[in-house]
Design a protein around this ligand. Structure first.
Ligand code: XIL
Length: 382
């Protein structure tokens, strides 16, 4: 890469006309150093402050989940570099990606994202070491109650060590709480629970702590946002799990609350959310909003009204959450409507493209962007 860069710098110096056309030659991760500097300069001279700057002013982090594909799109990568102070791979660190087989680790995607983060002075998060999703077939076929602990420890140790010292935080265990009838004592009966019982959670955190003593170790879960019977019970069960882990000396340092919200939801209760976050903070834990986005399925098709509804949902949630000083950062699950998991998982009934994120598909900031910016500006200092 160094040689290629040197060559291209040379070529660029010779090709004055090329430069004058606004095309420059130093292409790193699909984007050029000069192009990024120019974009930053333009936005800076227009006086607009990025979400990153607004968050930093309050001692907060703002970031997004990204797939490697996004890094090859200049406008997307520029926007990411400008707006975010933390980046998390959307899928590249999940088992099925990192472990194509028992004897193989594939870090190509996650390395690329980590490298991009470091090039742009962004922090890097890991997601996720234990989850019931993204389990490769070989694992289901191979794991037994005799070898499960070793398989789990070996995976966590290898993956965490690779990024040790370069990672802000790890989602060590994702979505372990499950109150449905297939659950066991409010825990999901996933592969690890079936083979090792509930202590797989302790094993995962202890192994991660040994592999990187400096990473913030996070328990991450969904469905902790609104005031209905199901989510009230989920909040209580998550709190109970965190209390149990703390009292057993398990190294858990933070709660990640995913916050996949729905616009048009009338059961949002800011008082209850604040109380829950306070209870978590009282255990000595930090809090990250890890996967924020807003489903627009129940909103009208009209774009102005839809964007307003999504923005209002962001604002109400963040105003309540950021009141809690233990909340140290906010990440959206994606950055632009160009690519979001909600296209497939929560499509609109009228077939219109979903609009859940701060930027539209052309990377223009939406009302949701302004809402997040205003919530950061209004947040108390950390
Ligand atoms: C999702 C990704 O966004 C999709 O691209 C993938 O197909 C499935 O997983 N909660 C989580 C995330 O913790 O890992 C999920 O990500 C979204 C829900």
């Amino acid at each position: 890469m160094k040689n290629r860069r040197a060559f291209l710098y040379g070529a660029t110096a010779l090709a004055g006309a090329w430069m004058a056309n606004g095309l420059d030659g130093v292409w790193v991760d699909g984007r050029s150093d000069q192009a990024i500097a120019a974009t930053k300069q333009n936005r800076a001279s227009s006086g607009a402050r990025s979400l990153r700057e607004r968050a930093e002013a309050k001692g907060l982090l703002y970031g997004a989940a990204v797939e490697t594909r996004g890094l090859s799109e200049t406008d997307f990568a520029d926007c990411l570099a400008r707006e975010c102070s933390i980046l998390v791979p959307e899928n590249e660190l999940k088992w099925a990606r990192v472990r194509p087989s028992q004897n193989q680790f594939n870090f190509a995607g996650s390395d690329r994202l980590a490298e991009f983060a470091s090039q742009h002075q962004m922090k890097f998060r890991g997601h996720t070491l234990v989850w019931h999703g993204s389990v490769p077939a070989w694992l289901t076929e191979t794991a037994t109650s005799r070898n499960a602990e070793e398989l789990l420890e070996n995976h966590i140790s290898t993956v965490v060590k690779r990024y040790a010292g370069r990672v802000h935080s790890w989602d060590v265990v994702n979505e372990a709480v499950y109150l449905g009838s297939e659950g066991v004592n409010g825990l999901r009966n996933n592969l690890w629970h079936r083979l090792l019982g509930p202590s797989y959670i302790d094993t995962a955190f202890r192994t991660a702590a040994a592999a990187d003593p400096n990473a913030l170790l996070v328990y991450n879960d969904y469905g902790l946002d609104i005031d209905d019977d199901e989510q009230n019970a989920r909040r209580a069960r998550v709190l109970q799990l965190l209390e149990r882990l703390k009292s057993d000396g398990v190294p858990v340092h933070a709660l990640g609350t995913q916050a996949h919200l729905w616009a048009g939801e009338s059961r949002f209760n800011p008082t209850k959310l604040r109380q829950f976050l306070r209870d978590v903070a009282d255990l000595g834990l930090k809090i990250l909003v890890t996967e924020l986005d807003v489903v627009d399925r129940n909103l009208p098709r009209d774009i102005a009204r839809r964007d307003r509804g999504v923005a209002d949902t962001y604002r109400a949630y963040l105003d309540a959450a950021l009141d809690e000083p233990a909340v140290i950062g906010v990440l959206t699950w994606g950055l632009s409507d160009r690519r979001t998991w909600l296209t497939r998982s929560r499509p609109r009934r009228d077939g219109a493209p979903v609009r859940p994120l701060p930027f539209d598909s052309q990377m223009r900031p939406k009302p949701a962007y302004e809402a997040i910016a205003a919530a950061f500006d209004a947040a108390p200092d950390r």
